[in-house]
Design a protein around this ligand. Structure first.
Ligand code: GLV
Ligand code: MN
Ligand code: MN
Ligand code: MN
Length: 427
């Protein structure tokens, strides 16, 4: 029994980090962009192939695999009390354009390895253990972040919206999901989790920031996840010839977008807090010709804060700026859509304690920290006591190809996860 020997909870069984690294590398090959970058978009050919890879590994780990209508994948290890709420862990494997190999992946492959480690060490779960691979944590294709976990958490508005959502190529969510083998039944409310499904949820993830590496700390124990929001804005103007239309006659939709992007930065800085951030990561002009005045523009704004009220104030100011810029420039504000405006989430004290005690038993240094990135845990916290385990990553790099976490740090994360799962399973 894992709890029997505090000095060596895994009975000399090791994390197979050579094999785990091999799996991380193999998974990274399912990509729409060249290595070392990774691009894996929801329901694409590579996403479907990567899903097959994950299901295969879950099967080999002795987990029974099931999938829901949007493709959240669950691998279950039945405990000796199969009717008790289970303990779940997991993350995502979709990857934004030109990102890295570790974001999300460590929390899925690492979770499967944690299960393997527990099996090898002779552990027998009391509460069942489940590994979840969440669908589309990244908002890349349909603009909706944490799509799978948001739906599991019971978002009625999302369940409805998914029946009408299309991507930039006008491919509907339904068609894309069907082509990947999902959405056989178009009622997505059957994805919602029942209240007592899970007694706890834990996610292992790279920090995506520099603190652990800088301070030489092995494990971050997340106490809260910052509140994210995203906004889409469209401006429209008359466009016209870049030579013939004189400056006073123009209403340039591109310049309105540029001005709003600068306003985002200004309003974020006005908050006075280092915790407020804002990014314009998408900016498009139509028709996109050097000698044509932009007649349409589209920008997408991401803004976050650990303080929800302060984040909401920034959103209000951005909206006021969008209106005033459009008036002053004589362009039309065609759309100002708050796509999501999510509250922050707090980790649960019981899960924090389980993670802390795991680091202590394993003799690993740890510190409590907040997550500035969002995660599926933000939504799982609505359905179960939640906690997150962070591991260091090189220079805090993430969402770019240089993202890296060392096999040793990943192995530490897997051990802490495995021991946390045992604590929660036996409780
Ligand atoms: C997740 O990828 C995030 O943007 O925080
Ligand atoms: Mn990410
Ligand atoms: Mn992630
Ligand atoms: Mn738009």
């Amino acid at each position: 029994n894992v709890n029997g020997n505090e000095k060596d909870p895994f009975h000399s069984t090791m994390v197979d980090f050579v094999n785990l690294q091999k799996q991380i590398d193999q998974l990274s090959a399912f990509s729409d962009s060249p290595a070392p970058s990774v691009t894996r978009i929801l329901y694409s050919h590579n996403d479907v192939a990567a899903r097959r890879f994950i299901k295969d590994l879950m099967g080999r780990a002795g987990l029974s695999v099931r999938e829901d209508a949007v493709g959240n994948i669950f691998g279950r290890w039945e405990g000796s009390e199969p009717d008790a709420p289970a303990v779940a862990t997991g993350s995502h494997i979709d990857a934004i354009p030109y990102s890295g190999k570790y974001d999300g992946v460590v929390g899925v492959l690492g979770a499967i390895e944690a299960i393997n480690l527990l099996r090898r060490s002779g552990f027998r779960p009391k509460r069942s253990l489940e590994v979840i691979m969440f669908t589309s944590e990244e908002p890349t294709r349909y603009g909706i972040s944490c799509l799978g976990s948001r739906l599991l958490a019971g978002s009625v508005s999302l369940a409805k919206a998914l029946t009408q959502t299309v991507d930039n190529d006008n491919i509907s969510f339904l068609d894309a999901a069907k082509s990947a083998g999902y959405a056989k039944n178009e009622d997505f409310s059957n994805v919602f989790l029942d209240e007592k499904t899970y007694s706890a949820f834990v996610e292992l993830h790279i920090e995506q920031g520099p603190i652990l590496e800088n301070e030489g700390v092995s494990i971050g124990i997340v106490t809260a996840i910052a509140a994210p929001a995203s906004i889409k804005v469209d401006f429209g103007g008359n466009g016209g010839h870049a030579g013939a239309v004189l400056m006073p006659q123009r209403n340039d939709a591109g310049l309105a977008a540029a001005e709003l992007a600068l306003a985002v930065e200004k309003h974020v800085l006005e908050s006075g807090s280092i915790d407020t951030v804002g990014t314009v990561g998408i900016m498009e002009v139509h028709p996109g010709a050097i000698n044509s005045i932009p007649s349409k523009s589209h920008i997408e704004i991401d803004t976050r804060d650990i303080d929800e009220k302060r984040r909401n104030t920034v959103i209000e100011k951005i909206q006021e700026s969008a209106v005033s810029i459009s008036k002053r420039r004589g362009v039309e504000l065609l759309e100002f859509k708050i796509v999501n405006q999510d509250p922050p989430a707090l980790s649960d004290e019981s899960v924090v304690k389980a993670m802390e005690s795991a680091t202590q038993v394993l003799g690993l240094s740890h510190k409590k920290m907040i997550s500035r990135a969002y995660h599926d845990s933000l939504f799982m916290a609505r359905k179960a006591p939640m906690g997150m385990i962070f591991i260091p990553c090189y220079k805090g790099y993430s969402h770019k190809p240089e993202e890296y976490a060392s096999p040793e740090d990943i192995a530490n994360g897997v051990k802490v996860l495995a021991l946390t799962l045992t604590n929660l399973s036996l409780n």
